[in-house]
Design a binder for this molecule. Sequence first.
Ligand SMILES: Cc1cc2nc3c(=O)[nH]c(=O)nc-3n(C[C@H](O)[C@H](O)[C@H](O)COP(=O)(O)OP(=O)(O)OC[C@H]3O[C@@H](n4cnc5c(N)ncnc54)[C@H](O)[C@@H]3O)c2cc1C
Length: 259
Amino acid sequence: MIKTEKLKIRCLSHPSFDSSVFDNFLLEENIEWHKSSTSTDSEALIEASGRICYMAFGEGKQSGKSNSEYIWNLIEMGHESVLEHINWSFLITGVSRAFTHQLVRHRVGFAYSQLSQQYHDESEATFVVPPSVEKCAKSFAKWKESISSSISIYKELIKTIESDESLDSMVKKERLREIRSASRSILPNATETKIMVTVNARALRHFFKMRGELDGDWEMRAVSCELYRQVISDAPAAFQDFELEQLKDKSFKLLHYRK
Ligand SMILES: Cc1cc2nc3c(=O)[nH]c(=O)nc-3n(C[C@H](O)[C@H](O)[C@H](O)COP(=O)(O)OP(=O)(O)OC[C@H]3O[C@@H](n4cnc5c(N)ncnc54)[C@H](O)[C@@H]3O)c2cc1C
């Protein structure tokens, strides 16, 4: 019996801003910040960071832009390092190893911790089925047959390599690593994995632009859209040039448009 798994993204940490500490700083500097009343903590932290660059607080120093306009101006000017001050941590499960192999190519502004196939036994692994396979009974049956064969060979390899006496000279931990490393070579791209991802708003914007609209990459689109749904209420101004669009098959893509 092949167990399949669906995408789930849990946001474990949201950006926060201790505005009382910042208010004390402003008091010490004897300056006032004319702050938008509607900005979120994340948006206020971005604006405060940007204003620090020029100490642009108060009468004569602030242009009267709203927080959203201020952040859009940073983005338009390419002063996007200011967006790096807000971060989220996500636990992403129900994704394939094929997907995470592409995800971890995003090196800048991302931190990753992923389930190891060397330390974790994959005999009970679950699998991620692409919608275009799942909707066709014939393809799905073939797919399950192939997955089933891979997982039973994986288990066989574990047993066979375990009995290899030439590995006895290894310390226990390395012996296990050798057994699982060799056996996992048979596991398919569809094997489900779990990955902790911490990312800042600038890196997320770059990821959304590169990955959110790819019609032919359903998993990238699904993850991009779900990440967008989870960050948009924290920092609408930082993602104001993105929009979700529903496709004919009911899935979504994340459009990037220039305002
Ligand atoms: C449609 C598509 C198809 C792809 N196909 C393939 C493929 O066939 N094979 C493959 O290997 N990859 C492929 N990739 C992956 C792609 O090449 C990138 O590795 C991946 O998208 C991460 O993008 P990035 O390097 O911009 O991100 P990050 O690593 O997060 O970098 C962010 C930005 O920082 C700057 N930067 C980062 N590192 C450097 C550096 N060393 N020097 C200078 N500037 C740097 C760049 O401006 C970069 O855009 C594909 C990506 C897409 C979207």
